[in-house]
Design a protein around this ligand. Structure first.
Ligand SMILES: NC(=O)c1ccc[n+]([C@@H]2O[C@H](COP(=O)([O-])OP(=O)(O)OC[C@H]3O[C@@H](n4cnc5c(N)ncnc54)[C@H](O)[C@@H]3O)[C@@H](O)[C@H]2O)c1
Ligand SMILES: O=C(O)C[C@H](O)C(=O)O
Length: 288
């Protein structure tokens, strides 16, 4: 029997629960949200699908899950410029989450923004093996990158590493294209604004994140051992440490099975170093 726990069943957590049930990824889903009316509504709505999946709201059962998704906390509104601006608001939620997960033996997926810092924070506060803390965001950034590349006739592959935020690093060198720096920066600038267009229009991003979180859950539970762009706590990889950052990671049943250290070109390496320095500064809030 496979069990998925989700903390925070708002837009992303709720859709992830639904999609995981609809795709038949798990036998049981344990959900919790501080906002009781929403929690009850999400449970009922899931039950009304008639899908054969057990739904529980017992927080104690979260520790027995195979995978735990941290999707609780404050999201961006059009007034909140960057994901990093959510750090102070979401640190108490990450702390509460780490307390709830004491002794958790499974794989954690961090979604709450600023995701890279929160993934690092959960790893630090829980004191678990870094291979069991996967930050979600670069898969979504990569899907957005693929869309922008298609517009200019470049088929990909589209990989985005770095911060899940303004310092994301699209890996143009893997696309086989010869775009100059100005063209790269123009695409990157559109990528930076991609989610805000959705947030302005419908209050938050939902389908994109939930779909790719479900694909990550599938990669773990089915032990697919495929390489996905995920935020991992780094220990010297890409010359970085003291932070969690998007890197190509082989994902399987135990979590992060390995990190691939790709050769990046000069533009990409500089962006990666910038991203590392920026996120490391955010992560310091969890070091003290
Ligand atoms: N990493 C990504 O790619 C990605 C994508 C989308 C959203 N996000 C982030 O995910 C988070 C959630 O986004 P959303 O759009 O679902 O927001 P939302 O407001 O719809 O849902 C968040 C839920 O968290 C609950 N919550 C708050 N504190 C809690 C606590 N201590 N315990 C349990 N529940 C708690 C709230 O009641 C709310 O229902 C935000 O930080 C957002 O920025 C990340
Ligand atoms: O942009 C946001 O604030 C939400 C999320 O991180 C996203 O990329 O969709």
């Amino acid at each position: 029997m496979t069990s998925l726990a989700i903390l925070g069943v708002g837009k992303v957590g709720g859709e992830t629960a639904f999609l995981s049930a609809a795709l038949g990824l798990v036998d049981e889903i344990v959900v919790y949200d501080v906002y009781e009316p929403l929690l009850r509504a999400q449970v009922l709505d899931l039950q009304h699908t008639g899908i054969d999946v057990a739904i529980s709201t017992e927080t104690a059962a979260m520790r027995d899950a195979d995978i735990f998704v941290f999707a609780a906390g404050t999201p961006r509104t059009p007034d909140i410029k960057t994901r990093a601006d959510l750090l102070e608001a979401n640190i108490p939620v990450a702390k509460r989450c780490s307390e709830l997960l004491e002794g958790f033996p499974g794989v954690v997926i961090s979604v709450t923004n600023p995701m890279d810092a929160n993934n690092y924070g959960l790893w630090k506060m829980m004191g678990i093996d870094r291979r069991r803390c996967i930050g979600f965001g670069s898969q979504l950034d990569s899907a957005r990158f693929a869309g922008f590349l298609r517009e200019v006739g470049i088929p990909g592959p589209a990989w985005v590493l770095g911060e899940h935020g303004d310092r994301q690093v699209p890996v143009f060198s893997k696309t086989g294209s010869d775009l100059d720096t100005g063209e790269r920066e123009a695409i990157l600038s559109r990528m930076r604004g991609a989610s805000m267009e959705v947030i302005r229009g419908k209050g938050g991003t939902v389908f994109g994140p939930a779909y790719h979180i479900a694909m990550l859950i599938r990669a773990i539970l089915h032990d697919r051992r495929e390489v996905l762009p995920c935020s991992c706590v780094l220990d010297g990889e890409f010359g970085l440490s003291g932070c969690s950052l998007g890197v190509p990671a082989r994902i399987g049943r135990e979590g992060i099975l390995g990190i691939e250290e790709w050769e990046l070109d000069t533009w990409e390496s500089a962006k990666m170093a910038e991203a590392g320095a920026f996120v490391r500064e955010l992560c310091r809030r969890f070091d003290g």
